[in-house]
Ligand binder design. Sequence first.
Ligand code: N01
Length: 898
Amino acid sequence: MSDAMVAASASEATSGGTTQQVDVAVVGAGFAGLYLLHRLRRAGFTTVTLEEADDVGGTWYWNRYPGARCDIQTIDYTYTFDPELESGWKWSEKYATQPEILRYLGFVADRYDLRRDIRFRTKVTAATWSQAVERWMLKTDNGPAVSCRYYIMATGCLSAPKPPEIDGVKDFKGEIYFTGRWPHEEVKLAGKRIAVIGTGSSGIQSIPLIAEQAAHLTVFQRTPNFALPAHNGPAPVDRVTLLENDRVSYREQARMSLAGVPWPQQMAVSWQLSDAERRERFEKAWAAGDLVYILTQLWADQAVDVDGNALLAELFREKIRATVKDPETAEALIPYDHPFGAKRPCLDTNYYATYNRPNVTLVNLRQEPIKSITASGINTETRAFDADVIVFATGFDAMTGAIMAVHPITGRGGKSLSDVWANGPQTYLGLTVAGFPNLFMITGPGSPSVLSNMAVSIEQHVDWVVDRLIAMREAGFTTIEATEMAQAGWARHMADCSMLTLHRLANTWYTGANVPGKAQGVMPYTGGVGPYRSICNEVVGRGMLGFKLTGPNVAEQCNDGEIVRLQPDVRLVLNMLADLKLPPLESFGSQGLRDFVAQFNASRPAGRPVGEVLDGTLPGPDGPLPYRLYRPATPGPHPIVVYFHGGGWVLGDEQADEPFCRDMSRRTGMIFVSVGYRHAPEHRFPAAAEDAYAATRWIADHAGELGGQPGPVLVAGWSAGGNVAAVACQLAQDRGGPQIAGQLLVCPVTDCRFDRSSYNDNAAGYFLTRSLMYWFWDLYCSPADRTDPRVSPLRGKLTGLPPAFVVTCEFDPLRDEGIAYAEALAAAGVPVEQLQARGHFHSSFTMVDVVITGVSGRVQMAQALRRFAGLPPERKQGDEGVRPDRTAAPREISVAAG
Ligand code: N01
């Protein structure tokens, strides 16, 4: 349809009123809307921006309460798209005030002459997609409706203030202010009795300044928050120097970082550091006064592990106790209900010290909830507080509130966005929604947005969207829409990412928990800014994966699929490995590959502390075999697990899977004895199998001497170690002992057939490749021997074997033979549970402390071993924060009849 015809039908649709016709309509003239307008115009799109306020600024237009400042250092919280703009503005402080940021946005608007395309004082009241004309029709409360091909919401994440949900607000006879809608004219607070409700960032920034003016300030706190002193002043010299020495790479590092500020990935984990080292790191962060720094730079497990986090939270609490003189007030101000960072922490100036002032009272609403607001003040359940002014610092209907404020947004087939999002926002990449063609959101739910430096995330989203519109125009496409499959895949990936962090352990606006009745779930993307950017780029690189594109004169294009099927940390590991650009591992030769693996293992943390680690040797069929024993710190005697490492019968030793053995010893409360068996090509089949059997028998016979429980042992192994563990169970049965109480087989080799699907599906790209497996087989076992059950246990006699827990990983060439073994055991009447780990690769479970999403699998493995040993399931290991992934629950395989 030509644009003239579109215009005609669009004006008919507005019952005679004039309709403004544009290519793109943008809602919002804040950080995102201004940059959008600039880029769209430059790209030659006709554009209008609709803005409710009477000037530019967005959040910085509305939030003018005393003390409002940004809490990302201003040299980072700034546009970076134009070097001349960067050199044309100099920030005056480390953290700029709201008036300065607003002046900056005005300066940007002037510089690019943006205001002429902005309709101020204009609210969009409804938006409807017309499939017939392939355009959006926007109704407004001021001036003509707008007909646009593309509708982009740049409405901000924290723009819709939340109603206070307290009875009696309208009865109050004094003055009422909302931090998020602070008046433009001066508010006179001096000498008044002031009540502030709310202690989030807005409350914490404004309370010290209000206290300086008020006759008396009463702060009503429902939940205490962590606040770090900003130490505001000039921008820190070291950061400015870093930026000015190489602006391009500084900005690029920010774009690829976790949170949009260029700090490196922290590698040291809390338990590798002494108390003194941890304290030193904490003090440095406290002095730096930088939220992103303290959120990311102390130790690697601070944001993913409740124990690692608790160490930091406790140091924080000490600071609050040391600052607030009255111990009862101090205790009330200390957060205990959420891990540090799970809820948005705050940046403050004199916040805690303000409670030492004689004119400030803290009311702990956990002890005396607000009953109502009256004509003269606020009544709690136990007291009445008179006030001349009430300040609501009660927050926002975050992330979805401003989008849903345009109501209804009606997509294809008359679907309303509020219905589609009734159970929480569903998006693809946080940018688009299936069923709503040509609608984009900037920093929408499902993107890193509020967990990042917004300036960086906004620029990335704007560039991505405008570049797509340009590419579509060049290719002749006129509509773009996310597919349901892509959107569902993104929801799964979002859920996988949020399993890694501690956000879901807090009641926070990140999850919608602050708004009564709102569907709850972690709304921002928690996988990090850099990974997110690379995913968005990958979508484009893979032919707009997950999008349907149509146009009048071109064939429809739809590469349907899920952009990320790997677990997020697995994806990072595989990307890092891919960046190494290694040749095929088999090309190293056996000794070369052993050296490579040894070097690789030397750089990883050894694993968490256990009670004792002992080295020894045991007699093998052809000489002594080394072993390493891991004893739990709990009182013994403990059951013993005989463990066999992975490495394709060629690589590794009794120390190769040390982090896994330590982790499992702690989780199970059992002794793990990791055995160094002989390797190919020096010792070919059946050396490894015979060693495994001999070691199992010897360890069972000497359990007492090893400090273990006499009686049956358990066996476990990973990969080729899983193979020899399975074989040891069969040999024990054939040869009359020892007794084995259960077997844990993690990604085991079970058969010599290479034609199962997983060998093809996962032939390359997941570290363990098909060609590497072929090489391992060739080194270990001649073709004539391969059907022998001592190397292909799937072909053995399975009836009567010990109960088994078999783990397989989706992206592993060995996946299907593991599944086949579990099914064959079950068919033979062996009790079997099987964990099919979605999104994992061959090494997921042994890369402890790297692949964090492997925790829930190891928890289940430990529970299985304890069940096999007749022990109760309980063993606390500090990662309660990492809840088991319900989608990855093990399945019990029923015993097939006959
Ligand atoms: O809002 P909040 P905010 N009765 O939701 C309490 C950004 N920001 O405006 O925690 C009593 O954080 C509520 O209690 P609880 C920043 O991302 C940035 O302060 O729900 N109390 C909480 O204490 C920030 O996170 C800057 O139990 C009630 C407070 O009100 C986000 O905006 C500055 C209540 C609300 O805190 C939101 O911050 C300011 C009730 N009925 C904000 N309802 C910068 O520096 C709510 N509360 C860039």
